[in-house]
Write a protein that binds this ligand. Structure first.
Ligand SMILES: [Zn+2]
Length: 130
């Protein structure tokens, strides 16, 4: 592993954007193989080339800036996916409603019959069956 340490000394290395490029490369490359579209194959190759150029780059400040811009766009998407997955996992025990006044999501336990829900944000009450 000493050779790897020596190789990567002063270089940027792997970050979230590089991982995203690698993850995007795999289905694109498979799609290019299945469809035999040369342009798709070239695009996938360009992605992997950019990924390796970033990993071995010595311009660390520029790569950090690029990764920061990527993360600003990626985190809202990641949080949205995480919340949907959590709701799916939680759907056996709870139901989710939106407040009719402020659209705040409200989580209530399932199997309690018709209940009056009070929005924690705007205190509006509404009736729902759980
Ligand atoms: Zn509300």
């Amino acid at each position: 592993m000493a050779w790897l340490k020596k190789l990567m000394a002063g270089r940027y290395g792997i970050d979230q954007l590089s991982i995203a490029l690698l993850i995007t490369y795999v289905p694109l490359s498979l799609a290019a193989q299945v469809t035999r579209l040369k342009i798709l194959d070239l695009f996938a190759l360009a992605l992997i080339a950019v990924c390796y150029l970033r990993i071995f780059s010595r311009n660390i400040a520029k790569r950090r800036e690029e990764n920061g811009k990527f993360l600003v766009r990626w985190y809202p998407i990641k949080n949205w996916i995480s919340s949907k997955l959590y709701r799916l996992k939680d759907s056996k025990e709870h139901r989710y409603y939106k407040c009719p006044n402020c659209k705040q999501a409200v989580r209530v336990p399932k199997g309690k019959g018709a209940i009056r829900i009070t929005c924690p944000k705007c205190k509006t009450g509404f009736l729902k069956s759980t």
